[in-house]
Structures are given as structure tokens and as C-alpha cells.
Design a protein around this ligand. Structure first.
Ligand SMILES: [Zn+2]
Length: 402
């Protein structure tokens, strides 16, 4: 068997579903050809005729799949440090939103920026994630809130994948907030999202999924349903921001549309959870937003476990409620704040995160046939990746075999 490159003398946490726990392989060997893994297993089981142009001695380090950040708002202009300051002085998230702050202030900055400016302001945030071994990132629109500016945001997100070695999955979040020109006309704005924006975004293939912020300060379940119907009619998968501040039964609604994921979920109930379990909808938990907004209502982790709902973790990197560019810290927060186990945290940023993007056939585990996206770590055990706060043990990052 001929291949381009092998990594040997390593321990691997494969997260392969047919292996137990983390799917650990001592004395592992991983071989890649044309960017795809052709062998991942114990060295002694490798094909005898394996020939590689390049062989890399990992000197006993750990290899995991490249990390996946499956929920971000990475592309935007400006930041909201001023609102952080206001919150410290006592204002609430809802209060700031009602005063024209919040999403709308980022919308103004994003509308004023060019596509090139959006790319250059997002790059440092992207680089921070890549430095910790991220090889795939989801990026949502939702700060343009008009066809022209949503399209610009999605194009900027796509351009990031040409500037760095990273896979970018884009999601259209036109139903993120009501833009000022549609004030008190949410019905009309949703009609614009469904009849103008979604068909155009789908036609240009600028996004693979459609997301909605279903919340008292966002859009109603009825609006959400209309957006999901338009997504389905245009061949796009769905995702939802649901049950973050209250329970509007958005998760159950999303499950009816076989949504890829329902995200946040602090206030989800058993009805929503069982609907997600039946539909195979992933729960994406965002401990950075929980931490930063000082939420106290925890997502019902035990109920999610009982119903077998797969749980992913993501940074939710955004300027208002989660200015977080570290998936390692996200895992630590999930363990500390939500009491998620080491294994749940690690599969949450690899195998399950891939599922939340509908990309589980290509990424998320170390198995033959998957993209050769690897993170190589200077650690003693995989638990180190969840345990430490603020240190970065990444030794090397491999994207599509390079
Ligand atoms: Zn979000």
C-alpha cells in the first residue's frame, strides 16, 4: 500500500464509534494518501506493504482528530467591550438589546465593513482557534440582516478557507434579529428571509444550513417554522438557537424538521429532548455564553444523557455573549459548569461536533476514509486537554494530510 505520509510512535484517541470510550490505540500508526486517512490503528496491524514518502516520528505524543468548532459567529465587525462594561454596571442582556445595543450594534458595524475588512478582522480570531488544533469551523451569518450584507458575510466566511488550512461550513442566520428598517414588522422581515434571502443564498450555494434565533428577544416559533419550511423547500438543512433564556419549545419544532442541531438549550424540557432523540438532532451546548452572561439555569445534561441525545460543544464565538476563541477552555467550562465527563467533552468537539454539521462521514474520528485532519499534543493523557486552563499543549496540526 502506497501512501503520502505516516505518523508513528504515537498514542491515538480515535473516537471511532466501534471502539470503547475514547478509542485509544497504544503504539498507533496513521497513514494518509491524498489528504484522506487510509489506515489508523495499531502499528503491528498496519499493512506489511505500507510504503510512505514521508514518515513522522511523534515521539510518544498523543494524536486526536482535528478539533471542530460547530457553532460560531466568527465573521463580524467591531466588538462590544462597551456593552460588557455596561453589563458590569448592572444592565441586562435584554435591557441592552432594547436600547439598540446587542446584535443591532454589531449589524451596523458589519454593514459598514467591506468583505475584505470582514476577512481581515476575523483572521486573528480564526488563528487563535487553529493554534489549538481546530481543523473545521462553522461560521454563521446574521449580522448583515439584508440580502446584500448577509451574502457579504457568508462570502467572507468562505474566503477564510482560502486564507488558512481549515474547512469552513457556513450557515445562514438571517433570522438572528430584526433589522431597524423592519421595526415592528417581524412578519414582513420573515417573508423577506423566506422568499428572497433563502432562495438566493441556496442558489449561490453560500450556506449549507439555515439557523434561527427562536427566543422572546429573537423570533417566535411561528416565524421559525416558516423559515424552516423555506429552508427545506430550498434543500438546506436546519439548526436552531433554542431555549437559551426561556422555553418556547424551539427544540421540538426543530426536531420536526430533522434539524442537524438545537443549540444552547438551558431551558429545554423532556418533551423537547425526547423529540430531539427521535429525530437524531444534536444538542450543541455553549458553556462560554452561559459563563459570560452569568446564566444560572443549567442545561439538563442528565436528561439529555438519559434520552441518548448526542452532545456537542462549541465556542459560540460572538462579540455580545461569548467572546471566546478557545475550544480547550470551552471543554474545561463544560466539565466545570455542566459537570460533563472528559469523554463527553472530547467527543463533543470531534465526533459529535461533526454530526452537528452533517459532516460525520468526512471528519470527527481517526478512521480510514476520513479526512486526515489531526491534532498532535504534548500531553500525558487526553484528560489534560479538558483539565488545564489557559495552556496550549498543541504540538502540530494537520489538515487534509498537510
Ligand atoms: Zn450563537
Amino acid at each position: 500500500m502506497r501512501c503520502d505520509r505516516v505518523w508513528f510512535n504515537a498514542k491515538a484517541a480515535t473516537f471511532a464509534p466501534h471502539r470503547q470510550g475514547l478509542g485509544v490505540i497504544e503504539d498507533a500508526l496513521i497513514a494518509s494518501r491524498e489528504g484522506t486517512i487510509v489506515f489508523a490503528g495499531a502499528k503491528r496491524r498496519a499493512p506489511r506493504d505500507l510504503r510512505a514518502a514521508d514518515a513522522i516520528d511523534c515521539e510518544g505524543r498523543w494524536i486526536t482528530p482535528g478539533l471542530i468548532d460547530c457553532h460560531t459567529h466568527l465573521v463580524h465587525a467591531g466588538n462590544r467591550a462597551n456593552e460588557f462594561q455596561m453589563r458590569l454596571a448592572g444592565a441586562s442582556y435584554e435591557g441592552i438589546a432594547k436600547k439598540g445595543g446587542g446584535i443591532v450594534s454589531t449589524m451596523n458595524a458589519t454593514r459598514a465593513a467591506t468583505e475584505a475588512e470582514l476577512v481581515s478582522t476575523a483572521l486573528p480570531r480564526l488563528d487563535a482557534l487553529l493554534k489549538e488544533g481546530v481543523t473545521t469551523i462553522e461560521i454563521k451569518s446574521g449580522y448583515g440582516l439584508s440580502l446584500e450584507h448577509e451574502r457579504k458575510q457568508l462570502r467572507a466566511a468562505r474566503r477564510l478557507s482560502r486564507r488558512r488550512k481549515v474547512t469552513v461550513s457556513t450557515t445562514f442566520l438571517g433570522a438572528h434579529a430584526l433589522p431597524p428598517e423592519f421595526a415592528s414588522r417581524a412578519d414582513d422581515y420573515i417573508r423577506e428571509v423566506c422568499e428572497v434571502m433563502i432562495p438566493e443564498i441556496a442558489k449561490e450555494k453560500l450556506a449549507s444550513a439555515v439557523d434561527v434565533f427562536c427566543e422572546g428577544i429573537g423570533f417566535s416559533p411561528e416565524h421559525t417554522r416558516r423559515v424552516f419550511e423555506a429552508a427545506a423547500a430550498n434543500g438546506l438543512r436546519t439548526k436552531i438557537h433554542a431555549e437559551q433564556l426561556s422555553n418556547l419549545h424551539g427544540a421540538a419544532l426543530a426536531a420536526r424538521f430533522n434539524a442537524l442541531s438545537a443549540d444552547h438549550l438551558e431551558h429545554v424540557d423532556e418533551y423537547g429532548i425526547s423529540a430531539m432523540a427521535k429525530a437524531g438532532t444534536v444538542a450543541v451546548l455553549l458553556p462560554g455564553a452561559f459563563y459570560f452572561t452569568r446564566e444560572t439555569h443549567q442545561p439538563p445534561i442528565q436528561l439529555l444523557r438519559q434520552h441518548g441525545v448526542p452532545m456537542a460543544l462549541a465556542t459560540d464565538c460572538n462579540p455580545g455573549t461569548s467572546p471566546l476563541t478557545s475550544l480547550l477552555l470551552t471543554m474545561n467550562m463544560a466539565a466545570t459548569l455542566f459537570r460533563m465527563t472528559i469523554e463527553e467533552c472530547l467527543v463533543g468537539v470531534t465526533r459529535v461536533a461533526a454530526q452537528a454539521l452533517g459532516m460525520q462521514k468526512r471528519i470527527g474520528t481517526l478512521e480510514a476514509g476520513k479526512s486526515c485532519d489531526l491534532a498532535i499534543w504534548d500531553i500525558d493523557t487526553p484528560a489534560d486537554l479538558v483539565y488545564w486552563m489557559g495552556s496550549n499543549p498543541l504540538h502540530a496540526r494537520v489538515w487534509r494530510g498537510q
